[in-house]
Design a protein around this ligand. Structure first.
Ligand SMILES: Nc1ncnc2c1ncn2[C@@H]1O[C@H](COP(=O)(O)OP(=O)(O)O)[C@@H](O)[C@H]1O
Ligand SMILES: [Mg+2]
Length: 1042
């Protein structure tokens, strides 16, 4: 199917649109210019000679084409060879490959390519390889003897060749048979300007070693030989010497013995030497012309080489023995006749040698008759020829091509028809030109040109080319395909292109004008009997065997078949052979006349396409359906166009194809469904399918690309992610490890420090640096100890009044020493206090109260301090009389004393007994013990005393109290401190009131509704002895001196 993909132009001309000559040529040209030298017409291969080595051959390509079916790859000769070989091997069909085309169009190359392909793909093994090798090596040998340089082709095959390669059931080659047709033997004695003789002559002279040359009595220089006496002796790019070696080698491989090779070369040399036999015109005395050998040495040498008496040879060359039933007549040959005879001998020897070589090769490669075999025939035969002057050779060649065309048309049509039948598709008849009539014109057994020619050759009487032409003109005067100057239909009287001695045949490929000159001669192909007998007589085994008719005993007069008859029968055999096989066509085309690469001459190609009937070919092919394909590959190719068949199709191939085409809604006329193939009528439909496919492929490619890209990115991303995770895990791990190591190191360091610190702590004592501290500590402790112990032993007395305390021995103990002193003192006080009895406590409390009230305020206070408070100064306990004075007053008497009462009116004093109880102060007149004044403590408002040593005090009473009406009291007591202290306490106990005791020198006392101001004055010290003097100053003032 690559047929269409990336194809330059169309790869199959069946698909050409429109189907005309011009587009066909254009298509071929386009492809040729793009080095696409192969193009199909269905299964026919057109091959253009590239005139250059293209890189499309070799094992790589063989392998490729071996694996694909015909249309799957670009058109190629390998594809065709592959189809043929596979059909042979797998379907057991004998094949023939018909390679046709002009000289130089590439037929021989094509046949070699086919053979090399088949050799490469068919079975392997030692035996097989040796057969293959023999088959392949037959080429160089045949080419050496059968090819020559012509103007058109440096390696032109000058014979037709048909080679049957035979295979066993497995497809391994067994051997083969080669048939050769019509060697161009005239070349042996004469070549056109710019052409050469057969390669072998040049190869022999250039390649043989000196020894061999001498043995063959040859000279190396080609110009020495008359038959090679042409300007061209070398061909560019052809190495005759090395080719000679290859030929020798090939002959050995094929199985030629040393002797045989030697003999072949001897016969070859003989031909060269014959050419050098110079003849002389020796007219005899009687006037008859005769000939002779100019230089006897050449003949001598020939005679020695082939073991023949030189005289005999000379005689054979220069005379002729005519044999009738009764007698033998020897006539001498004139110069021209002798030359003709010599050249005829040379040509005959050479062409027989060639036949012998072909037979010898066949002997080597032939297959045992018992084996069942399959056959592949390869026909490499000259194509249709139109030269300027066309002779007998062109006539037979064109006849052969006409026959091949017939085969082609019949087989192609037959094949087409059979295919339709096989596939169950109705067959529509195709109009085509049937060239049977032309074939008939030539080959008809009685009325054919060849038959006429034979008849003329055999006819007694004067026979010449012109009698032959006359006969033709007469017989075919009304034939539609025969023309000559005299036939009615031609109206050629004034046609200058046709000479008088010419006739013209309208071949299928064009009209060709033949010149009848030497038709008779060439058809007769006679060799004088003397010469063949002489050759037979030679002692050279090979040469002898080449001339079996020379046996003198075999004197039959029966003529050998004419060249034309021989050719006709071999063509007939060939045709029979081809008809029995499946044909494969290779149509070779020569793009230009100059063997130039890249040059495309439209006219030249146009002529060849006409000869080859390519357009006709396409028409036949397209008569029914232009395109056909097996369901499976078709479905495989187009199923992507159908919704139900893409991406998966599980049904049958045919159903699949129907589905796809149904979905595309193509017209039903365009399609036919055969049993195994789908047929498409017009190329347009196929192109439409192709275009659809191309677009769809683009779509799919985009899809695939999309998915692929997605996949690639995804995997890339996943990879990156994985990598990232891996990296970060490694990184984290690494970081943590580092961190851990750092922590561990730190921990170890800290541990070490701590341990060190601990150890140092434990061992510090052993450190010298600690000693000072310890010592200082120790010293400090010991002085402290000494200080404290010394203090203990020297404690001052425990008397609380003793406040002495030793000084601190060091200044640093000063604070501690003061503290200790304080502590000690406090301790002493506490001990003292703890030892006091409750009574003493009571007494001291009173003393304390007194101190609070009077200390620093009253001058008599310091004297009162050491004197204990006695309370009862009257002896109240032991005096019941006095106890009565107490009256009904509650509680014990707190104080009992004698006081003086100052009379406020006059300042006189009178004694009174004062009793202080818990609630009252009782004043009793000492004389009149009944008269007493009871004053409730709650009514005592204030007490006033002086700051002097005297005992005067006033009791100021509340104004509302009952006693108050009598006024306040001004009293003097010797124990004024004790009395007032006890009164203060009693008032406090009784009324929770602090009695106001004011120390003053001026105060007032109420007296009978009025008040008297009292002024106390300090008298001279010691005067009064405790006695005071009151002096009334005015009614309202009383001055007291103390
Ligand atoms: N396929 C090819 N590739 C390269 N060169 C080719 C090819 N076919 C032919 N030629 C060239 O063209 C020349 C003539 O080819 P050949 O096969 O001898 O022609 P024919 O046999 O038709 O006369 C060859 O010698 C070769 O140089
Ligand atoms: Mg050839």
């Amino acid at each position: 199917m690559t047929l269409m993909e990336d194809s330059v132009g169309v790869g199959d001309l069946v698909l050409l649109e429109p189907l005309e000559e011009e587009p066909l040529l254009k298509n071929l040209q386009l492809r040729y210019e793009n080095k696409e030298i192969y193009t199909y017409i269905g299964n026919v291969l057109i091959s253009m000679n590239p005139y250059q080595q293209l890189p499309i051959y070799g094992p790589e390509f063989i392998a490729k084409y071996q694996d694909y079916t015909f249309y799957e790859l670009k058109p190629h000769i390998y594809a065709l060879a592959n189809v043929a070989y596979q059909s042979l091997r797998d379907r057991d069909r004998d094949q023939c490959i018909l390679i046709t085309g002009e000289s130089g169009a590439g037929k021989t190359e094509a046949s070699k390519l086919v053979m090399s392909y088949v050799a490469a793909v068919c079975g392997k093994g030692e035996q097989v390889n040796s057969v293959k090798e023999q088959l392949l090596q037959s080429n160089p040998v045949l080419e050496a003897f059968g090819n020559a340089k012509t103007i058109r082709n440096n390696n032109s095959s000058r014979f037709g060749k048909y080679m049957d390669i035979e295979f066993d059931f497995k497809g391994s080659p067994l051997g083969g048979v080669i048939t050769n047709y019509l060697l161009e033997k005239s070349r042996v004695v004469k070549q056109l300007e710019g052409e050469r003789n057969f390669h072998i002559f040049y190869q022999l002279l250039a390649g043989a070693d000196a020894h061999l040359l001498e043995a063959l009595k040859l000279e190396r220089d080609t110009s020495h030989y008359a038959y090679l006496h042409q300007k061209v002796s070398r061909v560019d790019g052809m190495d005759d010497a090395s080719n000679f070696k290859s030929v020798q080698n090939a002959m050995t491989v094929i199985g030629f013995s040393e002797v045989e090779i030697q003999q072949v070369l001897e016969v070859t040399a003989l031909v060269l030497k014959l050419g050098n036999v110079e003849l002389a015109d020796e007219s005899q005395a009687n006037g008859t012309s005769a000939s002779g050998i100019r230089d006897g040495r050449g003949v001598q040498e020939i005679g020695e080489m082939i073991g023949l008496n030189s005289e005999e040879l000379e005689k054979a060359l220069c005379s002729r023995t005519m044999k009738t039933a009764k007698e033998e007549v020897v006539t001498t040959l004139n110069f021209t006749q002798a030359q003709y005879a010599r050249d005829a001998l040379a040509k005959n020897i050479y062409s027989r040698l060639f036949n012998w070589i072909v037979n010898r090769i066949n002997e080597s490669i032939k297959v045992g008759s018992g084996e069942k075999k399959k056959v592949m025939g390869v026909l490499d035969i000259y194509g249709f020829e139109i030269l300027e002057d066309n002779s007998f050779e062109q006539f037979v060649i064109n006849y052969c091509n006409e026959k091949l065309q017939q085969v082609f048309i019949e087989m192609t049509l037959k094949e087409e028809q059979e295919e339709y039948k096989r596939e169950g598709i109705p067959w529509t008849k195709v109009d085509y030109f049937d060239n049977g009539i032309i074939c008939n014109l030539i080959e008809h057994n009685q009325q054919g040109i060849l038959a006429m020619l034979d008849e003329e050759c055999l006819r007694p009487g004067v026979v010449s080319d012109s009698t032959f032409l006359a006969k033709l003109n007469q017989v075919f005067s009304k034939h539609g395909y025969y023309e000559s100057k005299v036939t009615q239909n031609a109206q050629r009287q004034y046609d200058h292109t046709m000479g008088l001695s010419c006739f013209r045949i309208c071949h299928y490929a064009g009209k060709v004008t033949y010149n009848v000159n030497s038709f008779i001669d060439k058809n007769n192909d006679l060799l004088f009997r003397d010469l063949s007998q002489a050759m037979w007589k030679a002692q050279h085994p090979l040469l002898q065997s080449l001339f079996p008719e020379g046996v003198p005993t075999q004197t039959s007069l029966k003529r050998p078949p004419t060249a034309g008859a021989q050719f006709k029968s071999s063509v007939a055999i060939l045709m029979k052979n081809l008809y029995s096989k499946n044909p494969n066509y290779i149509r070779c085309i020569k793009p230009n006349e100059h063997q130039q690469r890249g040059q495309f001459s439209s006219e030249l190609v146009a002529v060849q396409t006409r000869y080859l009937g390519l357009l006709e070919n396409v028409r036949v092919r397209r008569a029914g359906y232009a395109y056909r394909q097996r369901y499976e590959p078709f479905l495989e190719r187009y199923r992507l166009l159908g919704r139900s068949t893409w991406p998966r199709w599980n049904g049958g191939d045919r159903e699949g194809v129907e589905k796809v085409l149904g979905e595309l809604s193509l017209s039903s006329e365009e399609l036919a469904f055969g049993k195994t193939k789908i047929f498409i009528r017009s190329p347009k439909t196929l192109f439409y399918l192709e275009e659809k496919r191309r677009l769809r492929l683009q779509q799919l490619a985009t899809l695939i690309q999309k998915i692929y890209r997605g996949w690639r990115c995804r995997t890339h991303y996943q990879l990156m992610r994985k990598s990232q995770i891996l990296i970060s895990s490694w990184f984290r791990g690494n970081m943590q490890r580092k961190r851990y190591a750092k922590i561990k190191a730190s921990v170890v360091l800290i541990q070490a420090f701590v341990r060190g610190w601990k150890a140092r702590k434990d061992y510090r004592k052993y450190f010298r640096s600690g000693a000072a501290l310890t010592l200082a500590d120790f010293i400090y402790k010991s002085i402290t100890q000494k200080f404290l112990l010394g203090l203990r032993n020297n404690l001052p007395s425990t008397n609380i009044l003793d406040r002495t305390w030793p000084a601190a021995p060091y200044r640093c103990f000063n604070t501690a020493n003061q503290e200790l002193q304080q502590l000690f003192y406090r301790w002493k006080c506490k001990r003292f206090r703890d030892r006091l009895s409750p009574k003493q406590v009571e007494i001291l409390k009173e003393k304390l109260c007194a101190s609070e009230l009077f200390k620093g305020k009253k001058a008599s206070y310091p004297q009162s301090v050491p004197i204990p408070f006695c309370g009862d100064y009257l002896g109240l306990q032991g005096n019941p009389k006095l106890q009565k004075l107490k009256g009904g007053e509650e509680g014990p008497v707190l104080m009992a004393d004698t006081v003086k009462k100052v009379n406020r009116g006059n300042g006189k004093t009178s004694s009174r007994i004062l009793l202080l109880t818990k609630g009252h102060v009782i004043l009793i007149d000492t004389k009149k013990s009944q008269a007493k004044t009871v004053i409730g403590l709650d009514s005592v408002a204030e007490v006033s005393v002086t700051s002097f040593k005297d005992g005067l005090f006033s009791l100021r009473l509340n104004e509302i109290s009952s006693v108050g009406s009598r006024g306040d009291f001004l009293l003097v007591s010797e124990h004024v401190i004790e009395l007032l202290t006890k009164m203060y306490q009693a008032v406090l106990d009784a009324t929770q009131r602090q009695l106001l005791i004011s120390v003053t020198e001026k105060f007032s006392v109420r007296f009978k509704e009025s008040s008297v101001a009292v002024k106390v004055i300090q008298g001279p010290e010691g005067d009064r002895n405790g006695k005071l003097k009151c002096k009334k100053k005015g009614s309202r003032c009383l001055e007291v001196t103390v």
